[in-house]
Design a protein around this ligand. Structure first.
Ligand code: TYD
Length: 213
C-alpha cells in the first residue's frame, strides 16, 4: 500500500537491532508529540494481538519453527496490526508511532536466509508505507550489554550476537528516502534531539488549534 492521498495521519516507525533504545525513544517522541497537541497512537510489534502472543510464546524456542513458518507468523501479526490499529488511526488523522514494522521482518527473517526485498514487497502489498523510519544504529555488543543490564535476563533466541550482526547488516543495506539512520550509541538526550529534528518538520501545523504540532 502506498501513501494514498486520502491518508490524513502520519506513520512513524522506529527500527533497529535489540538494545538500541527504540522503546525509550518511542516513548519520548510520543510524549513530545502529545505535548505539541498531536493525537498519537503508540504501538509495537510483535503486537499483543493473537499472532503476536503466539510469537512471544515461541521466543525462547525459535528452532521449533521453520523460517517460512516464522515469517508467516510475523506476516499474520502485521496484517492484524495494520487492519485493527494502523489503518483506522491514520484514517482518523492520528500520528502512529510504532516500535518495529516490516523492516524488522526484512532484517531478521532476511538474516535467517530469506530475501529482504521480497519481504518488503510482500508487505507493501497491504501495509501502508511509513512517512518516516528512524533506524537506530549501534554496535551489537553495546545492544547486548544494554539488554542484560536493563532486563537482568539473558538474550532470547532473536538476540544472539552472531545473528544480530547479520540483522544489523541487512538493516544497513535497506535504502529508502524516508529511512533516517541515527547513531544510537549516543546518549538518550542526543538521540532524542536527532529524532525530533527529523520528525518535527513533518508534524508542523497538524496540531489542535494554537498548538505547534
Ligand atoms: P522486540 O521488539 O525485542 O520485543 P520486546 O521488546 O517486547 O522483547 O521484538 C522481539 C523480537 O522479534 C526481536 O528480537 C526481533 C523479532 N522480530 C522479527 O524477527 N521479525 C519481525 O517482523 C518483528 C516485528 C520482530
Amino acid at each position: 500500500m502506498s501513501r494514498h492521498p486520502d491518508r490524513r495521519g502520519l506513520l512513524i516507525i522506529f527500527e533497529g537491532i535489540d538494545g538500541t533504545g527504540k522503546s525509550t525513544q518511542v516513548r519520548l517522541l510520543s510524549e513530545a508529540l502529545r505535548g505539541a497537541g498531536c493525537e498519537v497512537v503508540t504501538t509495537f510489534e510483535p503486537t499483543d494481538g493473537p499472532f503476536g502472543k503466539k510469537i512471544r510464546a515461541l521466543f525462547s524456542n525459535r528452532a521449533s519453527l521453520t523460517r517460512e513458518e516464522e515469517l508467516a507468523l510475523f506476516m499474520d501479526d502485521r496484517r492484524w496490526h495494520v487492519n485493527e490499529l494502523i489503518v483506522p488511526a491514520l484514517a482518523a488523522g492520528k500520528i502512529v508511532v510504532s516500535d518495529r514494522y516490516y523492516f524488522s521482518t526484512a532484517a531478521y527473517q532476511g538474516a535467517a536466509g530469506l530475501d529482504p526485498e521480497r519481504i518488503i514487497a510482500d508487505n507493501e502489498a497491504f501495509a501502508p508505507v511509513p512517512d518516516c523510519v528512524l533506524l537506530l544504529e549501534a554496535p551489537v555488543k553495546l545492544g547486548r550489554r544494554r539488554i542484560e543490564e536493563s532486563r537482568l535476563e539473558s538474550p532470547n533466541d532473536f538476540e544472539k550476537e552472531e545473528g544480530l550482526q547479520k540483522v544489523s547488516a541487512v538493516f544497513a543495506a535497506i535504502k529508502r528516502e524516508y529511512i533516517h539512520r541515527i547513531d544510537a550509541s549516543q546518549s538518550i538526550e542526543v538521540v532524542g534531539q536527532a529524532v525530533w529534528a527529523l520528525v518535527s518538520p513533518l508534524v508542523a501545523g497538524r496540531g489542535r488549534k494554537g498548538a505547534p504540532c
